[in-house]
Ligand binder design. Structure first.
Ligand code: DC
Length: 219
């Protein structure tokens, strides 16, 4: 019998998806796939190569020569770990813009489906429950107020020694929510069969336990 489990976690940026997904995966001893990091890696490479998003030919060429994978929780772009290089505001914006392009989505969605085919995974992103793993056993849609999400991102940046303006961080988050939920291709949307989790005011531990309760209770 196939006893794989696929857990899809979608939601806007800063809702806490990756922190929670990582913890849930660790506790269940299964793999964690951060699909946002894959879009960020492509955004990083586009910026590095100074390619315009309208230049379809150059973009196709770049995508054909791009390899993305995960090793021991690290995002690997063309054989190089790029974890630390893909978390800047500039890359956030480029990842969001690049993620609206059909060529980019086609490549990454195919890769993500392949990753979810062979093993149990926790996968987080924007279109996992609605598109990538439509038949996932468990689906969650994680949200939090934009003020709380901005505060979390701001703290993260401060901890990394990158002080930012809280008002600007929230404005960027609202803009990115808008981009991600209004693009025509696989926009950010709650899957009908996803359980909604508003994490405003909840601790990481509380959200993790909530998900584990659902998964354990149903399996
Ligand atoms: O989760 P994140 O902030 O690291 O994601 C970066 C960008 O990638 C985000 O603006 C939207 C896009 N994305 C997407 O379109 N589909 C996904 N499954 C994951 C991320």
């Amino acid at each position: 019998m196939d006893n794989r489990i696929r857990i899809a976690i979608d939601g806007p940026s800063g809702a806490g998806k990756s922190t929670i997904a990582k913890r849930v995966a660790k506790l269940l001893e299964i793999d964690y796939i951060d699909t946002g990091a894959m879009y960020r890696a492509i955004g990083y490479k586009i910026l590095q190569n100074r390619i315009g998003l309208m230049d379809k030919e150059a973009l196709q060429l770049l995508l054909a020569k791009t390899e993305i994978d995960f090793t021991a929780g690290n995002i690997v772009l063309d054989g190089e770990i790029v974890n630390d290089r893909i978390r800047t505001p500039e890359i956030s914006k480029m990842a969001s813009d690049a993620s609206a392009l059909p060529e980019v989505r086609e490549k990454l969605v195919a890769l993500q489906r392949k990753m979810g085919q062979v093993k149990s995974v926790v996968m987080d992103g924007r279109d996992i429950g609605t598109n990538v793993l439509k038949d996932a056993e468990y689906k969650f849609y994680m949200t939090a107020s934009s003020a709380e999400r901005a505060k979390r991102r701001w703290l993260e940046l401060m901890e990394k020694g990158e002080p930012a303006d809280l008002i600007q961080v929230e404005a960027d988050i609202i803009q990115r929510d808008y981009n991600d939920s209004t693009r025509s291709l696989n926009p950010l949307k709650k899957a009908e069969d996803a359980m909604e989790l508003d994490t405003t005011g909840m601790t990481i531990e509380e959200v993790t336990q909530k998900i584990l309760e659902v998964v354990k209770w149903q399996s």
